[in-house]
Design a protein around this ligand. Structure first.
Ligand code: E4P
Length: 217
C-alpha cells in the first residue's frame, strides 16, 4: 500500500519524506489555509520535494472553470494530480482531463456508486473519506471493502485512495482490505513507527551491549 501524507506543511513533508517511505502528498483548500502559505508557492515547493503524485484541488464548481483551473494546476509539475469534487461537473472535468493524460483525484467520495462513476470517468484516484463517515455513525471501512470488490470485479485501474484517515487503525484496516493508497496526516503517520515494546526492548539491548564492553565499529 502506498503512503501519501495529507498536509500542506512543508516541514512535515520534508521530515517524513526523509524516511524514504512517502509515495505522495494530498492537499485540499482547508490544508492550504492551515499552512498559511500562498497556494501556488506551496504546491510548487511540495512538487520539488516529492516525486510521486501531489494532489492540488480545484475550487470552481462549474465544469468550464474547473477545467481551466485543472489545466493550470496540471501545468505546475508533471506529478500533479488534479483534485476535483465528486459532482456531475467534477466528473465531466475528470473525464476530459484524464482523456488528456492528466492524473485526476476525485475527492469527497462517500458511496460505492460514486466511486464507480469516478472509475468510469477515468480517475487515477478516488478518495473515499472514511473518518467523516465514521463521524456520522456510518462505517467508513465498509465503503472501502465495497469499492475494492467493485473495482476488482471490473479490473478498473483507478486507485482507491483512503482519505480522512484519523488513526493507525484506519491505516491497518485499509491495508487489510487491499486499498491502493492511504493518505495519512503527519501525526498519525508518526504513530505508525511507535510501539512501547520496541522502546523497552531496545533499551535492554543497548544496556546489555554496553555491559559486554565490545564495539561494532
Ligand atoms: C484528502 O485528500 C482529504 O481532503 C482529507 O483526507 C480529508 O480529511 P479530513 O476529513 O480529516 O478533513
Amino acid at each position: 500500500m502506498k503512503f501519501f501524507i495529507d498536509t500542506a506543511d512543508i516541514d512535515d513533508i520534508k521530515e517524513l519524506a526523509a524516511t524514504g517511505l512517502l509515495d505522495g502528498v494530498t492537499t485540499n483548500p482547508s490544508l492550504i489555509k492551515k499552512s498559511g502559505r500562498k497556494f501556488f508557492e506551496v504546491i510548487e515547493e511540495i512538487c520539488g520535494v516529492i516525486e510521486g503524485p501531489v494532489s492540488a484541488e480545484t475550487v470552481a464548481t462549474d465544469h468550464k472553470t474547473m477545467l481551466e483551473e485543472g489545466r493550470r494546476l496540471a501545468g505546475i509539475a508533471k506529478n500533479i494530480a488534479v483534485k476535483v469534487p465528486l459532482t456531475v461537473d467534477g466528473l465531466k472535468t475528470c473525464k476530459t482531463l484524464s482523456d488528456d493524460g492528466v492524473m485526476v483525484n476525485v475527492t469527497l467520495c462517500f458511496s460505492a456508486t460514486q466511486a464507480l462513476l469516478s472509475a468510469k470517468a477515468g480517475a487515477a484516484f478516488v478518495s473515499p473519506f472514511v473518518g467523516r463517515l465514521d463521524d456520522i455513525s456510518e462505517d467508513g471501512m465498509a465503503l472501502i471493502e465495497d469499492i475494492r470488490l467493485i473495482f476488482d470485479n471490473y479490473d478498473f485501474a483507478t486507485e482507491i485512495l483512503v482519505a480522512s484517515v484519523r488513526s493507525p487503525m484506519h491505516v491497518l484496516e485499509a491495508a487489510r482490505i487491499g486499498a491502493d493508497v492511504a493518505t495519512i496526516p503527519a501525526d498519525v503517520l508518526r504513530k505508525l513507527f511507535d510501539h512501547p515494546l520496541t522502546d523497552k526492548g531496545l533499551a535492554t539491548f543497548i544496556q546489555d551491549w554496553e555491559d559486554t564492553g565490545e564495539s561494532i565499529l
